[in-house]
Design a protein around this ligand. Structure first.
Ligand SMILES: *[C@@H]1O[C@H](CO)[C@@H](O)[C@H](O)[C@H]1NC(C)=O
Ligand SMILES: *[C@@H]1O[C@H](CO)[C@@H](O)[C@H](O)[C@H]1NC(C)=O
Ligand SMILES: *[C@@H]1O[C@H](CO)[C@@H](O)[C@H](O)[C@H]1NC(C)=O
Ligand SMILES: *[C@@H]1O[C@H](CO)[C@@H](O)[C@H](O)[C@H]1NC(C)=O
Ligand SMILES: *[C@@H]1O[C@H](CO)[C@@H](O)[C@H](O)[C@H]1NC(C)=O
Ligand SMILES: *[C@@H]1O[C@H](CO)[C@@H](O)[C@H](O)[C@H]1NC(C)=O
Length: 882
């Protein structure tokens, strides 16, 4: 089947769900049910700071450009043209007068979706498993350069939300593991790479979008859950700061140009109109200078969202293909009638254009968008939604450069060896057998299922919008066979999981080594392979994988288990099975899958460490995806009562020091991974630096600048005669200039800002700074290095190898996690006998806790201990912080 057909099919699915989604009410304010979690107001929406470090020049360039724009042009830049209204998954209106083409937003976090001649990178989770900062920057740079060369301006990634609270959360795999420190460093490094390459990065999804179930009303209704509002993640202020917000704060510090607000509600206020989150946390406290764009159809109101800090609506229409928008002409009108202050629309456009200039773009020097999302053909309709403007749309520009080398290396270095009784590395084995569908190809081809929405053949990425088309996919079967032929090994593979007797007789032959493959897949909620509605139903293996492994291991004492998965699976029995000689987690490695795996199986590369805990059961994690609405037809209420205690923080709390065999302890703990050599840790040294006390930020912002003037006469905003109106396309013009009511098409028209916006929302006077704010990333002194920790690592084995030293901190105090990650490095190629120094800087933020009373990061009085070692549970060195 042609991809275009499948594409259309999956689009139709989305549309069906969308149709079921009646236009929801704007955010109730104050909330109707006083017993439900509630989000406090934060207004006005902070405007850009001309002196924000790293943004000064971009601000000046944007100011010059924006000052010359008309109101209609400004609105154009904030509003998507509608679903399938242009070539990218999202496009805004143009500024033809000044030669600015439509800005293109394209998925996603592991490469360019709906594309050809692009690379398919490893998922975030597999990238995270390398614990390698230079590989993260390289990955980002390669992603950013592919985007730029296709004419994409904003790449919709990287991801740190979901963070991975729920072990079976469908999209955890798009992010960098569930530790906020690890995810924060990886998120920031990826942003740096993408933006250095000249593309605006979009850190997403902000915030607390920890599961697919109930994230969108229409989608949930399509599955038969009759909810009327999306799920609300109810989370306390301390946990938001210390866990879920943390990585985004790092991204802001790294200068990220855009952030996508998520589908879910937070404390019963939609994330794209939650003023506490967008205005208070992101723009004021974190000092975010870029723009907030909505997730696709995550905007549920107009004026209120603008006031709450939303800067761009995507894809622009209220729901896909309604032809109506909460922004577009409604925003024009709202500025004209004074509901949205002029400074707010100016700030929205300033943020968009400053991000554009910050990554080095210029108006007249943009690569034309040379691909089309909606067809594989050379020609297509530019407005695919309505079959308008047939032209050449796909130019087949090959943007892959030499990225395959990076993908192969990163895939290998992100593969984790969980068990090895000495069988690895393989060395010219006499007879190798490979068992399992997950080693082979999808009979329909690597891109045979739209948005990778099936689990056929080897698993190398998740399903959903965070996917790409593979340019090719090297399967494990192919790559291992190639190596076997080179070595003169005998090689046989059986790729049918149900060919039990053939498998039994093959693997029981003398001298056979059996590599058995199985997987577990997940993805985005609009697809539901095998009944998994985005999130995983369970954390066992798919397609009879567990029986397959048991069959092989019962007949072969040299069994190697290889798992491809989007998160943890249950390995408890395999960890202690005498015939299972090795367990390898190959993650979801992208296009070079088989080659990356061979590089590990044969010891040509050094492996990675697990960025999440492998628990003995789904229940052992303490939390999991909510799959039954718990609030009638009202918004399901997901109370994050566990606070910071997710993943290893939870296991360490309930089963400290328990052995692997325990029902409560991890089978393999966070940070764990075997390698080819052994390392000794010694000589822990702590140096205290005199950074002085933290000075809370005080004073006020500048007044909100208004850039330019405009006519207040409705008649000047009608539809121009020289533009042919395209159906469903979203324009900034008023469809009627007779009255505001007629132009808006909104039966509630006429409400003033006073009537439906909270106090202060339109106030453009200088505003007080919050104590923890200051610069992008927050108060500059949060990043003062308070302690420098060093330790010596000696390779005590026989081969050159990489070490991944990890530093954990105990904050002390009765309600804190036993310890949390606060430093790591991947030190490459340490020779046998060689000693190297591991160095970690502990910043003020690293050693602080969030104090909800003073709204500041505070170093508590409790004694603090640092630990250094090779995983969250193997920590030979420790010392009190002086
Ligand atoms: C959600 O409610 C909790 C509990 O009142 C509060 O601590 C937190 O700051 C709120 N967060 C948001 C974003 O409203
Ligand atoms: C807004 O964008 C549309 C679509 O690209 C374009 O046709 C129109 O001319 C733009 N309007 C203005 C005022 O620039
Ligand atoms: C303006 O927004 C309202 C919803 O608030 C919507 O019903 C209406 O269609 C929009 N108007 C236009 C012209 O898009
Ligand atoms: C101004 O326009 C907005 C957007 O259409 C509308 O929601 C609001 O009710 C209008 N207010 C007044 C006072 O006309
Ligand atoms: C877990 O889900 C997978 C995928 O849907 C399925 O193949 C498997 O049978 C399920 N496992 C159990 C124990 O139900
Ligand atoms: C291990 O494999 C051998 C065949 O080599 C088999 O006889 C034995 O029963 C297996 N052990 C287990 C525990 O399955």
């Amino acid at each position: 089947m042609k991809t275009s057909f499948l594409l259309a099919a999956s689009t139709a699915t989305i549309l069906d769900f969308a149709a079921a989604n009646a236009l929801p009410n704007p955010q109730p304010y104050p909330p109707p049910h006083s017993n439900e979690a509630y989000s406090p107001p934060f207004y006005p929406s902070p405007w850009m700071d001309p002196n924000a470090p790293g943004w000064e020049q971009a601000y000046a360039q944007a100011k010059e450009f924006v000052s010359g724009l008309t109101l209609l042009e400004k609105v154009n830049l904030t509003t998507g043209v509608g679903w399938m209204g242009e070539k990218c998954v999202g496009n805004v209106g143009t500024v033809p007068r000044l030669g600015l083409r439509s800005l293109c937003m394209q998925d996603g976090p592991l490469g360019l979706r709906f594309n050809r001649y692009n690379s398919a990178f490893a998922t975030g989770l597999t990238a995270a498993a390398s614990w390698s900062r230079h590989l993260w920057v390289d990955r980002g740079t390669a992603l950013g350069s592919e985007a730029k060369n296709k004419g994409v301006d904003v790449l919709l990634g990287p991801v740190a939300g979901p963070l991975g609270r729920n072990p079976n959360g469908g999209r955890n795999v798009e992010g960098f593991g569930n530790d906020p420190y690890l995810a924060g460093v990886a998120l920031a490094d990826t942003v740096t790479g993408i933006q250095n390459a000249g593309t605006v990065a979009c850190a997403k999804h902000f915030l607390l979008n920890e599961q697919e179930h109930f994230r969108q009303v229409g989608e949930a209704n399509g599955y038969g859950y009759p909810i009327k509002e999306a799920l609300s993640s109810n989370v306390d202020d301390k946990t938001i700061h210390e866990v879920y917000g943390w990585p985004f704060q790092d991204a802001v510090k790294a200068g990220v140009g855009s952030i996508m607000c998520s589908y879910n509600q937070v404390n019963n206020s939609y994330a794209c109109q939650n003023s506490k989150l967008l205005n208070g946390l992101l723009k004021e406290e974190y000092g975010f200078q870029g723009f907030v764009m909505s997730d696709w159809q995550a905007q549920h109101a107009g004026v209120s969202t603008a006031a709450a800090g939303l800067d761009m609506t995507m894809p622009g229409d209220t729901l896909f293909n309604t032809g109506a928008s909460y922004f577009g002409s409604n925003l024009t009108l709202a500025v004209l009638n004074g509901t949205v202050p002029e400074w707010r629309i100016d700030d929205m456009v300033m943020r968009i254009m400053a991000s554009f200039f910050k990554v080095g773009k210029s108006i007249n020097n943009l690569v034309d968008t040379n691909f089309d999302s909606w067809t594989d053909g050379e020609f297509g309709y530019v407005q695919a939604a309505v079959n308008e403007n047939w032209e050449k749309v796909n130019y087949g520009v090959d943007v892959r450069a030499d990225h395959a080398n990076h993908i192969r290396e990163a895939g290998a270095k992100g593969t984790v060896i969980l068990k090895n009784n000495g069988i690895l590395p393989l060395n010219k084995p006499k007879f190798l057998t490979v068992i399992g569908e997950d080693a082979g190809s999808n009979p329909a081809g690597p891109n045979g299922c739209g948005d990778r929405g099936c689990d056929d053949g080897t698993l190398a990425m998740e399903w959903g919008s965070g996917t790409t088309n593979f340019p090719y996919l090297v399967t494990p079967d192919t790559a291992i066979q190639n190596q076997a032929l080179q070595d003169g090994s005998r090689y046989e593979s059986i790729l049918n999981n149900y060919a039990t007797s053939a498998i039994q007789s093959l693997v029981s032959q003398p001298e056979a080594i059996a590599i058995v493959f199985a997987n577990s897949d997940s993805g985005e909620g609009y697809l539901h392979p095998d009944g998994n509605e985005g999130d995983r139903k369970n954390i066992t293996l798919w397609k009879n994988g567990d029986d397959l492994i048991k069959t092989v291991a019962a007949n072969n004492a040299k069994t190697i288990v290889v798992v491809h998965s989007t998160g943890p699976v249950i390995l408890k029995d395999y960890a202690v099975h005498p015939n299972i000689s090795a367990i390898v987690w190959a993650g979801t490695p992208g296009q070079e899958s088989g080659n990356s795996l061979v590089d590990i199986l044969y010891g040509k590369q050094s492996p990675g460490r697990t960025p999440f805990t492998w628990g003995p059961s789904l229940e052992s994690y303490g939390v999991q995806v909510m799959t039954t609405p718990n609030n009638g037809n009202n918004a399901p209420q997901d109370d994050f009562t566990e606070g910071a205690f997710i993943d290893y923080r939870y296991f360490d709390k309930v089963a400290p020091g328990k052995p692997r065999s325990s029902d409560k302890a991890p089978t393999y703990e966070f940070g764990f991974g075997l390698s080819w050599s052994t390392f000794k840790f010694s000589n822990l040294q702590i140096q205290k630096n005199n950074a002085g006390p933290l000075n809370p930020t005080t004073g006020k912002t500048i007044a909100a600048p208004a850039l330019g003037t405009f006519s207040k006469n409705l008649k000047d905003y009608g539809f121009p005669k020289n533009i042919r109106r395209i159906k469903e396309f979203i324009y900034p013009y008023l469809s009627s200039t007779s009255s505001g009511q007629a132009a808006s098409g909104d039966s509630h028209y006429g409400q003033t800002a006073k009537q439906f916006l909270p106090a202060g929302a339109t106030d453009g006077s200088p505003q007080p700074r919050s104590p923890s704010s200051g610069e992008p990333g927050g108060n500059r002194q949060l990043y003062d290095v308070i302690y420098t920790i060093t330790a010596t690592i000696t390779n005590t084995g026989k081969v050159m190898d990489d070490a991944v030293p990890q530093l954990y901190l105990s904050h002390g105090g009765p309600n804190e996690p036993v310890r949390v990650l606060r430093g790591f490095d991947r030190i490459e190629r340490i020779a046998p006998g060689q000693s190297v120094t591991f160095k970690a800087d502990l910043t003020r933020r690293d050693i602080s806790n969030w104090d909800t009373k003073t709204q500041q990061w505070v170093v508590t009085k409790f004694p603090k201990t640092v630990y250094v070692g090779s995983s969250s549970r193997d920590l030979p060195l420790s010392a009190r912080l002086p």
